[in-house]
Design a protein. Structure first.
Length: 376
């Protein structure tokens, strides 16, 4: 019965004698169900997944997308507390198919996992420690102060684990309540903290998505998830620029990388930041036209992937953000026609600049053989 209530899409990157990786998106198929029925259906589908197609794998990160966090998060987190197995990110970004909850899970085989202090979750294999963090937030007086405190706390957490923001943080996700108002404070705080951490236009920044998203507590204006990597050599980390299509972000006053890839002995992992319809002058391309903005966004992401010697065939999942719910039908048709087999979810989440109608992010992985480095 529960299987009939959900749609589960899985991307598998399987390595017979190494770490296999899986991305899964779980969506509800019947929006008429109550919230509790939808939550129970998603969690049942997740349990079946971990005992079925992903048997033997460990979840290393989970994110739930809710339509009304203030009324929904407590019930979800109470249920999750009984079966907690990895970092849990819960954010109000309503699924655009009219349901109340959707889920992205990232899982791997052959890894050892444990929770460290301050909510950092360690995923270990061989020479590497993968450090995941989800749901960090505070209630400082405005978005600038909240962002500064989040980054300062994270710097200390990394330091306690023998890491630094500049050398080890690979990816962040920043969720901003009322992004049109509060994003400027986030940008200011991030720029100032980064400058103290040797993250500048002369060094590098960090791949990131900065997007609208709401915590259950209305006093929380910024929420952060993050991923860092210990045991890595700096030469294994590469930054993506796609200068024919995109400009350096610092040219319009922000500080993040368009994308990052990490080379291991056996694979290349790619992290594409939130990407919209923008050109290499930092201008919005095709204002007001959702179809053309979608096409340009695809082209931008494709160019970033190509710089990492990847294609969409290597992509594990897609998160698609829309400002205007009325664009969902058009966008969903376009994506399902071009990317029918990639797990994906469509979310109501305005981008950081009002003129951008759509944004997307993704992760990708491809096999390589680089004897200079240890396998994943």
């Amino acid at each position: 019965m529960m299987q009939d209530m959900t749609d589960v899409r899985i991307n598998k990157y399987e390595v017979p004698e190494g770490v296999s990786e899986y991305h899964a998106i779980i969506r509800v198929t019947n929006p008429r169900l109550t919230y509790r029925e939808q939550v129970n259906a998603v969690l049942a589908a997740y349990a079946d997944l971990m005992e079925g197609d992903l048997k033997g794998a460990s979840a290393v990160f989970k994110r739930f997308f809710l339509s009304d966090a203030a009324n929904q998060a407590d019930y979800l987190q109470a249920l999750h507390a009984e079966r907690s197995d990895c970092p849990l990110s819960v954010i109000e970004q309503a699924p655009l198919d009219g349901t109340k909850i959707a889920m992205w899970v990232y899982a791997q085989t052959g890894v050892q996992t444990k929770t460290l202090s301050h909510g950092i979750y360690e995923v270990k294999h061989g020479n590497y420690r993968h450090l995941w963090m989800a749901g960090a937030c505070n209630q400082a007086s405005n978005s600038e102060y909240q962002m500064r405190l989040l980054f300062n706390d994270y710097v200390m957490q990394l330091l306690e684990n023998g890491c630094s923001l500049a050398n080890n943080c690979i990816r962040t996700w920043l969720y901003v309540q009322n992004v049109d108002v509060n994003y400027a404070g986030v940008v200011k705080a991030r720029n100032e903290v980064f400058a103290t951490q040797n993250l500048t236009d002369k060094t590098h920044f960090i791949a990131s998505t900065g997007i609208a998203g709401r915590h259950a507590n209305p006093k929380v204006l910024v929420q952060m998830d993050a991923y860092a990597l210990d045991g890595i050599k700096q030469e294994q980390i590469h930054y993506l620029y796609a200068p024919t299509h995109l400009n350096p972000t610092y040219e319009y006053g922000v500080s993040f990388e368009r994308g990052t890839y990490v080379d291991y002995g056996d694979r290349r992992q790619v992290f594409i930041s939130g990407t919209a319809s923008i050109n290499n002058k930092g201008e919005i391309v095709h204002p007001g036209d959702i179809r053309k903005q979608t096409l340009r966004m695809w082209e931008n992401v494709e160019t970033l992937l190509k710089e990492a010697e990847c294609t969409y065939e290597h992509v594990g999942h897609l998160l698609v953000y829309l400002r205007d719910i009325s664009d969902y039908t058009v966008v969903e048709e376009m994506f399902e026609e071009r990317f029918p087999d990639i797990p994906k979810v469509y979310l109501l989440a305005p981008v950081c600049r009002p003129g951008w109608l759509i944004e997307m992010e993704c992760m990708a992985v491809k096999p390589i053989n680089d004897t200079r480095y240890a396998a994943y």
